[in-house]
Design a protein around this ligand. Structure first.
Ligand code: 5GP
Length: 131
């Protein structure tokens, strides 16, 4: 099992932001900004555009709910969405609260946050998602 599948299964710890039977959302360990979240299918699939239409639609609807929760927890202009998948071969959507387009630059230095800060951020998003 790959690292993200293990995270979704709870075998590797993560800062959980949201979940349902099919999908899981957690904080990126090297965030571009506070609230940078990854959304994944629990099942292992590498390339997002290999997903069947129905599954991809449900994935995007789940990501939308997570984005609404992120925006409520971390007021921003918009939540940006990006798909790269160059590092981890398990489909994932990056959700990034943006104040400007610069926040979506993956070449930016990453934030270094304490475990307490990461937990606090994830809890805020989880609370909003659960409303
Ligand atoms: P990508 O595959 O989209 O190019 O990059 C993978 C992303 O996953 C990166 O932003 C990286 O910080 C994040 N990442 C890689 N390994 C882990 C991990 O073990 N835990 C978490 N929470 N994020 C990870």
């Amino acid at each position: 099992m790959g690292i993200f599948a293990k995270i979704a299964a709870g075998e590797i710890p993560s800062y959980k932001c949201a979940e349902n039977d099919e999908f899981y959302a957690f904080l990126d360990i090297n965030p571009l900004v506070k609230g940078h979240t990854l959304v994944i299918p629990r099942r292992e699939v590498d390339y997002i555009f290999d997903m069947e239409d129905d599954e991809l639609a449900r994935f995007e609807v789940f990501a939308k709910k997570v984005a609404v929760a992120i925006k409520a927890a971390f007021p921003c202009v918009k939540v940006g969405q990006a798909v790269l998948g160059l590092e981890v071969p398990h489909a994932h959507i990056h959700l990034i609260p943006m104040q400007s387009e610069k926040d979506m630059n993956f070449a930016n230095p990453k934030l270094s946050l304490s475990a307490e800060e990461m937990q606090e951020i994830a809890s805020k998003i989880y609370q909003e998602f659960s409303k």
